[in-house]
Design a protein. Sequence first.
Length: 339
Amino acid sequence: MGPGDVGPPSRGLTTYRRDHKGSVRRGLGSSRRRGPRQPDPWTRKLALGMWNVTSLAGKEPEIVREFERFRLEIVGITSTHGLGSGTTLLETFYHSGVAHGERRRAGVGLLIAPQLCRHVLEFTPVNERVVLRVRDRSPTVVCAYGPNGSAENPTFLEPLGGVLESAQTGDSIVLLGDFNDSDTWRGVIGRNGPPDLNPSGVQLLDFCASHSLSITNTMFKHKGVHQCTWHQDTLGRRSMIDFVVVSSDLRLYVLDTRVKRGAELSTDHDLVVSWIRWRGRKLDRLGRPKRTVRVCWEPLAESPIREIFNSHLRQSCDCRRAVEGVLRGSPQSRRHVFH
């Protein structure tokens, strides 16, 4: 090949020293081709939401529409102004409000996706400000609605602390709530929190620190409009008062938390959405059996095959009866059989 000839195209990077003499070594990288990454069947992404709806009356269809639009699985709803406690919306909304005859105020609830409702282990309405829990294949979820004044905070945080402490040891906790606080503490609040901090915010931080909780809203860098959850456009005021709070074991698994401004519901609060990588089996799809077993019965129409099948069936039944008889017998007889 002459000096002006062009050789074949290189299939990799050529690296050599300036004073290198001799053949050039070409790095081809790994020759092993990797296929598409297989998803871990024990890992799933849990989509959580938090929304102050400023009265739920007449807004149920809109909430369900936004719930499905953003593909949420659990949404904490506050300021429902509801009466009593129980389930509504086709048994997927667990709510707790004031007693009948009292003035409508506060009120909280949890809207659960249908595929999760089958795994609800326990629902305990505590009062018109606190409600729990969804467990089993999901973390324990608590929804809370804090008072407006810092003077009432101790009477609100005390029962809330009791609710969190009632969770079983080792359970992961997700706290969805409107705390009416403007909230950096290491491990509690991230570096992207708002600069102002009122007395109620200090009490909230004390509460989170004492229960090893982390405020996920402040863990990710977003524009101000995607961080502030409450707005008063006439006065130009904005604040972060609706939070998704998780226990310390879930902190590293939070993928993102941000405000979804596209959700419309005639309220001065925005929908807050958080995605968590949850380590647990994927939930079964609604209406589909876990496993389908197909049995071919046609060969049993032939006499030889039917006789063989009956013989095996009788042997299995005889073995089972023999084992049950031994287990019901004395310890000496069991030792005689198994030794």
